[in-house]
Every structure is written in C-alpha cells, then in structure tokens.
Design a protein around this ligand. Structure first.
Ligand code: SF4
Length: 585
C-alpha cells in the first residue's frame, strides 16, 4: 500500500475522471503522464482523454477535487461534517431551478438547503429575521453609479430600503421576503453583479487597495488583479469545493490598507531595487505572497518567501485553492481553514504541493532583498484628499456602521456621475470613496454629502467604527453590534475630539466578521450574567493592529454588560487622551 494511495473503490470512482497532469499531482500522488498539458487517469491504462458522462452523473458534490477529498477523508476513517454531506447530496451550483421554485411558492429553504442556498449569495437568517440576506460580489469594492442606483432601486422593490457595506468592501441586502429571492438574483445579474459563491464554503469577495490607480504612493494598481481573480473564480467549478470560506486580498502598498494580512491569501506589493536585483530577479515591483491569515483565530497571514510578478498572482492563487480543496479538514469546521493545513504541514510542504499543481518552481527570495512599503495613512479612507491625477481629489464618505439608505445611495450615484467619473469604491472600513472630483467642485460635493445626512469629516469617531450585522440580523450574535457601536460613538463624540483615529471594531460572536482582534478597541459580543439574568454585553480587547502595527488585541477585563462597556470605553479613551505622549496612538 506504500506506493498505492488509492483503494480499489477509490480507483473505480476515479477511473472515469480526466485530470490535468499538474492538478492530478496535487491530489495525493495521482500518476502523472508527462508535460503540463497532459492528462492522467487512475488505476487503469493511462490515456489522454476518457469519456466522462457517467462519472459526471455520479458526481453530485460541488466539484471533483472536493469529491475526491471527501472520499479520501472517509477512506482514512474521518467522519464528514454535515455541511460536507450536504454538499455531497447535491451540487449547490445546480440549484437555480430549486431556488426559483421555492421563491415562486414564497418559501424559505430549510435545513441543508438553507446552507446550500448560500452558494448563490442568499442567506436565510432566521431566527434573527424571517427573511433572506443577500451578499454580492464586487471585486476590489469598485462599483459604478448606474449600478449603485440600480441596486438602490432593486432594494426598494425587493428588500429593506438600505444597503450595508461589509468589511470585505462589498454590499449586502437584508429583509428580502421569500417570494423576492429570484427578483434579487435576476436583478443583480442585470446590473452585472454575480453573487455566486459570496456565502457558504467559498472564496469571498476579492479585495484590493481602494485607491488603486489614484494613489500617488501605491506601487501598483490592484483592482484590476482583484477583478481577474474574481472572473477566474466565477469560471472554475473547483473554486467552489472548499472545506470552508476563504479570503483573498491584493494590497498595492499605498495609503489605504486592504488588510491583506487578515486573509487566507494576501498579495502585498513590494519592490526589489537595483542594488538587490540579479539576472533571475530583475528590479521592479512584485507581490509578496502571504498565507493563513484568520484573525478570528488570532493569526495573521505570514510571508512565505514567494515573490510573484503581478501576472503570476491569479494562477498561483488558483493552485493554492486547489491544494487547499484537496487537503483541508472536512471533519471539523473549526479546523477547516487554510491556517490549519499550514500549521500541520508547514510552509515548505505546502509550497511544494502548490508547485506540483502548477508544474513549476516558484521564486523564493530572502526578505532582505525586498522593500516592504510603509505608507499607510489611517485617515486616508475618510475626508478629502488629492489624487495622483492633477486637479482631482477623492472624498471618503463616512457611513455610520456601514449603512446607507437607498435615497442616500441614489444621491451618491448622482455625485459620482455628475462630479466624478461615475466610480464609487467601497472600502474594508465599511465606508465609500467617490474619486475623480474636480478640485473646483469640492465645496459643491461637500454640501451635497452633508445635505443627505452623511459626513466627510475625518476626525469623527465614526470614521474608525466597524460593526458586523449583530443580533438585528444574524443568529450567531450575542449582542446588537450596530446599535451599540452607534451608542459608543455618540458617547465618545459628546466628550472628546480626536486628532487621530481610534479604530473601534464591534463583532457579535467568535466568527469575528468585524475583526475585533485588530481594533485599537475591539468588542466581541457575549452574554453576561447579572443578578441571575443573562444580558447582552461584550468582551473588551485593547491594542490590536494590522500591517506594520500588526497585533492581536488583548482581553484585559471579564465580559461586561453593554452599558458598563460604554462607560469603560469612555474612561479608557479619556485616560488615553490625557496621558498620551506627543501623538502616541
Ligand atoms: Fe454574525 Fe458573528 Fe459574523 Fe457578527 S461576527 S455577523 S454575529 S457571524
């Protein structure tokens, strides 16, 4: 058995499948024929192509690599979690007609179907709300005025009359009735928004630097790369067979961080200057590959030593995903993220598997040959700033806890069309940027933003306020995060004026959608016992950070009820402002 990785049953199962040779190698030692474009077969005579219809009929999970991984897990004595069994029972990507039938009948999905429907971006969020939430996909957070206006109109017809910006520079609808599910899916596609894979065990919205192309500090534009990654995901079924959710970010090294170190895959722009260059490493801009970020599990993505040209990133990300599909844990949801494969294998073994999939060796470079930029400006996502383009500025609009009404969304679209170039950029800080404003129009745009009840001031506590959905719409939440975040901001604004931002991240549960571990002040929802009753409250964490200030916030107090948390934060901020030295953060 030492040289025989598959049982007879597995061989029979696999015998009809045709693999690209390099993919085959990644799947636990399938025999390789030759060359990167050859195909391989298992357990029988090698051939270049085998007929597939029967095998396809037998394949009912998200994709073949995932099915093989499931089979291997079982063959090794592992017990698949219920989500894996659900994915095995039917392919979630083939549920369009089923979702439509349910929508026509005004019904929500139940049990496994509620999980599988998330593959189409629709989350049935009972018991928090008896409705769907819909998460979109907007690579790099870039959207155009006509789309924004269309999304607002669609929300007014088929969802709650507001849009939520998420911490992946994305948008969500809430309060979608059962009979409006298909109207949402049709409407989004007509606006060029494809939500496929925005929920469930999939690769989430690909993020990038929000100032891509307009930042005079950045090393390279990254929104085009996020878009290419997005299209590659949408067009490869194996990208939907993951053991768990997965995040990819591109950071161009400019003023606004894409928080790439909190992603499973982070691509961070760096330079190799001529003094450190060589024939096989010409001077220029590259992307440092980092892997395994998941701050909810208190870990940042770590550098792998791999340096990539921009045109190599998407292919390498695809290979990483395929290796993860084949090797990720399918028996324990808590261990089903890339971090745990890396902890188990180590980077060297993982990179070897990625190279085997790609069929080539990746460039690995000592850290002392690269320069990692440190140009972040923590206020650059709000307020007015000059662009790289002469005579143009961008404005970062503050959206309290990421929410805007549909009327506000339409007016933002009008500003983008009338005064900018029609673009709107959502950020991972749950706000939005309108770029390309002519400098002579700054005052008019400022007036228009204030008139719609929003803010473009960079000193507000709200600029650094990030909150997940919370108990108003998420069944996992222990607390009402968005409401409490606003209460905290109001309490702080009533007493203090800030000259530099304090990031307050409010998250409802251990899933850490608002990344409480990286906030200056981070809150995680908790039920707290008071006089024999359980009440809403939070764990308080202090001193988190990202990028060059990377740190996991520390918990210094036992969980407290919400009112006490608000008072405690006011006294912490007061103490900080009173005792800090110079501009100490
Ligand atoms: Fe829901 Fe928890 Fe995520 Fe908040 S952190 S949105 S409560 S899953």
């Amino acid at each position: 058995m030492a040289n025989e990785p598959f049982s007879d049953e597995q061989k029979q199962f696999l015998s009809g499948f045709t693999f690209g040779a390099d993919v085959a190698r990644a799947v636990s030692g399938l025999p390789i024929i030759s060359g990167s474009s050859a195909s391989a077969t298992v357990g029988g005579t090698a051939s270049t192509k085998l007929p597939e219809p029967e095998a396809d009929a037998a394949a009912s999970g998200p994709d073949r690599l995932a099915l093989i991984a499931q089979r291997e897990t079982v063959a090794k004595g592992g017990k698949l979690v219920k989500e894996e069994l659900a994915k095995q029972s039917k392919n979630p990507l083939d549920m369009w007609d089923e979702i439509k039938a349910r929508s026509d009948a005004g019904q929500f999905p139940k049990g496994n179907d509620a999980f599988l429907t998330k593959f189409h971006g629709l989350f049935y969020v009972a018991p928090a709300q008896d409705s769907f939430m819909c998460r979109m996909r907007l690579p790099g957070g870039l959207i155009h005025g006509w789309q924004f206006r269309g999304l607002a109109d669609l929300a007014d017809r088929s969802a709650g009359p507001y849009l939520d910006v998420t911490t992946r520079a994305n948008l969500q609808y809430r309060e979608i009735p059962a009979d409006q599910a298909m109207e949402i899916l049709y409407g989004l596609r007509e606006l060029d928004v494809i939500p496929l894979g925005s929920g469930g065990d999939n690769i989430r919205n690909c993020t990038a630097s929000s100032l891509s192309g307009i930042d005079d500090c950045e090393l390279i534009e990254t929104i085009p790369l996020a878009k290419r990654m997005h299209h590659s995901i949408l067009n490869h079924r194996e990208m939907y067979g993951l053991p768990r959710k997965f995040n990819i970010a591109f950071d161009g090294g400019g003023r606004i961080s894409a928080l790439d170190d909190t992603n499973d895959i982070g691509f961070h722009a760096v330079t190799v200057d001529s003094s450190k260059a060589s024939d096989d490493l010409p001077a220029g801009v590259y992307f440092q590959l980092t892997l395994g970020g998941i701050t909810g599990h208190k870990d940042f993505a770590r550098p792998t030593g791999v340096l990539l040209r921009p045109d190599e990133c998407v292919d390498v990300a695809g290979a990483i995903v395929r290796v993860f599909v084949s090797s990720g844990d399918r028996t324990d949801r808590k261990k089903a993220r890339l971090k745990y494969v890396l902890d188990d294998w180590g980077f060297d073994k993982f990179i070897e598997a990625v190279q085997a999939d790609l069929g080539r060796t990746l460039r690995r470079v000592d850290e002392d040959r690269i320069v990692v930029p440190n140009q972040e400006d923590r206020l650059a996502h709000v307020g007015w700033h000059p662009q790289r383009q002469t005579g143009r500025s961008y404005v970062g609009v503050v959206l309290p806890v990421g929410r805007m009404t549909t009327d506000q969304a339409r007016r933002i679209a009008d500003i983008a069309d009338q005064y900018g170039n029609g673009e709107i950029r959502l950020t991972v800080w749950q706000n939005l940027i309108i770029p390309h404003i002519r400098n002579e129009d700054i005052d008019a745009v400022h007036q228009a933003i204030v008139a719609m009840g929003l803010d473009d001031q960079s000193t507000s506590f709200r600029a650094g306020l990030v909150a997940c959905t919370g108990s108003a719409g998420c069944k996992f939440a222990a607390s009402n995060t968005k409401r409490d975040a606003m209460v905290i901001a109001a309490a702080l604004e009533a007493k203090f004026v800030l000259d530099q931002p304090i990031n307050i991240h409010v998250t409802g549960c251990h899933n850490s959608c608002a990344q409480h571990y990286i906030g200056d002040i981070g809150l995680k929802g908790a039920q707290v016992e008071v006089d024999d009753d359980m009440v809403e409250g939070y764990e308080l964490h202090l001193g988190g950070g990202w990028g060059s200030n990377q740190a996991i916030g520390r918990s210094l107090f036992p969980p407290m009820p919400t009112e006490q948390i608000v008072a405690t934060i006011v006294s912490i901020v007061g103490g900080y402002l009173e005792r800090r030295q110079d501009s100490e953060t």
